[in-house]
Design a protein around this ligand. Structure first.
Ligand code: PMP
Length: 407
C-alpha cells in the first residue's frame, strides 16, 4: 500500500521544528527515531490515569497497570512471533539485553578457552559485553571478516566454527553499512553444529518483518527507541529452554520466588530476568508504537524506505569524490559516506547549520572503522516519514559543503 507521507508526518510534531530558522531534516533515525503523538499521549495517559507499581498490589490501579504491561508483552510476542509470551524479557535496551545474555549464557555454558563468534561489523554493544566475559571467564572472541561491499564472508564464518564455539552473535542489519545479513543462513549453519545464535535486531525490527520462529534464532534483541517507541525499553527474546537454563542476571525484587537468609529461590520466566520495578510506563507505550507501525504495515514501510535508499544512493553517486561505505544489494535505509578529504565532523556541522541532522563519527563501531581504514563517516539514515524532497536538500547541502571546501 502506498503511504500517505504528508498525513504520517502530522503524527510526528517534532518534524515541523525549525533548526537555525530552517526546516528540520531529520536523517539520524539509526540513532533514534522520532515518536508519534499516540506514543507520547500513551505515556501521559498512563501517568495521569493508571499509574501504580506493577505486580505488587491487589488494588485496582496496580492491577490495571499490570494488565497493560502484560498486554504489552503479548503485543511484542506477536510482533516477533514468539511461541510464548514469557520468552519476551523487558530490559532497558539492546545493550542491556546483550549484556544479560553475555553474563548469564556464559556463566551457564562457557568455560575457559570456549569461543564466541561475532562479526567485524558489530556495534560496540555486541563486542564489549563479550570482551568482559573474555576477562571474567577466559573465553575467546572470534571475528567474521567482511568483503569490500561490506558483506559478511560466510565461508570464513564456517572456518571459524570449532568444537569450542558456544554461541554466534551477529547483527541483522549493520548500523553503519546498512547491510542486511543473511541471518537465516547463519542460523542454519550454526544449528547444523548445535550452536545457538543471537541476532542483534536493533536496526532490523523497524525496517523488516521479523519472525523468530521462522528464523529459529535462539536470542533476538532490540530497543524500543529505534522503533518509534520511548527510550529506556529493550527487548530480549530467548527460547524458553535456554532462558530456563540460564541463571539470573541481576538480583532484587520481582525476580525471586522466596527470599531467606538461608537461601533464595528464583521466579519463573520472564520475571527471573526482570529484577526491580520495570519501566512499565514506557513498556506500555512500546506496545502503542508497535501497534502504530503495524497499522502502517512493515511491508509498505520497507518498500517506501527502499525507494528512499535507492533515490539517495543514485543522487549521492553523482557527487564527485563521494564514497559510500556499504554497497551490498541487501541493504537497509542507512548510507555512510565521505567526500574527498572533508572531515566527517566538518560535514556534519555544516549540514547541521542548514537544518540537516546526520550522524558523524565512528557510530559505536570502531573495529569496523579500522577495517574500512577511516576514522569515521557521515551517516544518513531514513525512516518512513522522510521524503525525496528532504534527500534533495541533503544532496544540495553536501554540494554546498564541497564547494566551500574547494574555495
Ligand atoms: N546494536 C546496533 C546494531 C545498534 O545500532 C545499536 C544502537 N546504535 C545498538 C546495538 C545499541 O542500542 P541501544 O543503545 O539502544 O542499547
Amino acid at each position: 500500500m502506498k503511504l500517505d507521507i504528508k498525513k504520517i508526518r502530522e503524527d510526528f510534531p517534532i518534524l515541523s521544528t525549525r533548526i537555525y530558522g530552517k526546516p528540520l531534516i531529520y536523517l539520524d533515525n539509526g540513532a533514534t527515531t522520532q515518536k508519534p503523538k499516540c506514543v507520547v499521549e500513551e505515556i501521559e495517559n498512563v501517568y495521569y490515569t493508571t499509574n501504580a507499581n506493577v505486580h505488587r498490589g491487589v488494588h485496582h490501579l496496580s492491577q490495571q497497570a499490570t494488565d497493560l504491561a502484560e498486554d504489552a508483552r503479548n503485543v511484542v510476542q506477536s510482533f516477533v512471533n514468539a511461541k510464548h509470551n514469557h520468552e519476551v524479557i523487558f530490559t532497558k535496551g539492546t545493550t542491556e539485553s546483550i549484556n544479560l545474555v553475555a553474563h548469564s549464557f556464559c556463566q551457564q555454558f562457557c568455560s575457559e578457552g570456549d569461543e564466541i563468534i561475532i562479526s567485524a561489523m558489530e556495534h560496540h554493544a555486541n563486542i564489549v559485553p563479550w570482551q568482559l566475559q573474555e576477562s571474567i571467564r577466559g573465553i575467546k572472541l572470534r571475528v567474521v571478516p567482511i568483503n569490500e561491499k561490506g558483506e559478511l564472508k560466510l565461508d570464513e564464518l564456517k572456518k571459524l566454527i570449532s568444537p569450542k564455539t558456544r554461541l554466534i552473535s551477529v547483527t541483522y542489519v549493520s548500523n553503519v553499512l546498512g547491510t542486511i545479513n543473511p541471518v537465516d543462513e547463519i542460523i542454519e549453519i550454526a544449528h547444523k553444529r548445535n550452536i545457538p545464535v543471537l541476532i542483534d535486531a536493533a536496526q532490523a525490527v523497524q525496517h523488516l518483518e521479523v519472525d523468530v520462529q521462522k528464523l529459529d534464532c535462539d536470542f533476538l534483541v532490540f530497543s524500543a527507541h529505534k522503533l518509534y517507541g520511548p527510550t529506556g525499553v529493550g527487548v530480549l527474546y530467548g527460547k524458553e529452554e535456554l532462558l530456563n537454563k540460564m541463571p539470573p542476571y541481576q538480583g532484587g525484587g520481582e525476580m525471586i520466588g522466596t527470599v531467606s537468609f538461608k537461601g533464595t529461590t528464583f521466579n519463573e520466566l520472564p520475571f527471573k530476568f526482570e529484577a526491580g520495578t520495570p519501566n512499565y510506563v514506557d513498556v506500555i507505550a512500546t506496545a502503542t508504537a508497535i501497534k502504530y507501525i503495524k497499522n502502517i504495515g512493515l511491508d509498505s514501510i520497507k518498500a517506501y524506505e527502499d525507494e528512499l535508499l535507492q533515490y539517495c544512493t543514485d543522487e549521492l553517486t553523482k557527487i564527485d569524490g563521494l564514497r559510500i561505505y556499504g554497497t551490498s544489494v541487501h541493504k537497509s535505509s542507512v548510507i555512510s559516506f565521505l567526500v574527498n578529504n572533508i572531515h566527517h565532523y566538518d560535514m556534519g556541522m555544516l549540514l547541521d547549520k542548514m537544518g540537516i541532522a546526520v550522524r558523524t563519527g565512528h557510530h559505536c563501531a570502531q573495529p569496523l572503522m579500522e577495517e574500512l581504514g577511516v576514522e569515521g563517516t557521515v551517516r544518513a539514515s531514513f525512516a518512513f516519514y522522510n521524503t525525496k524532497e528532504e534527500i534533495d536538500i541533503l544532496v544540495a547541502g553536501i554540494k554546498r559543503v564541497v564547494t566551500m571546501f574547494a574555495n
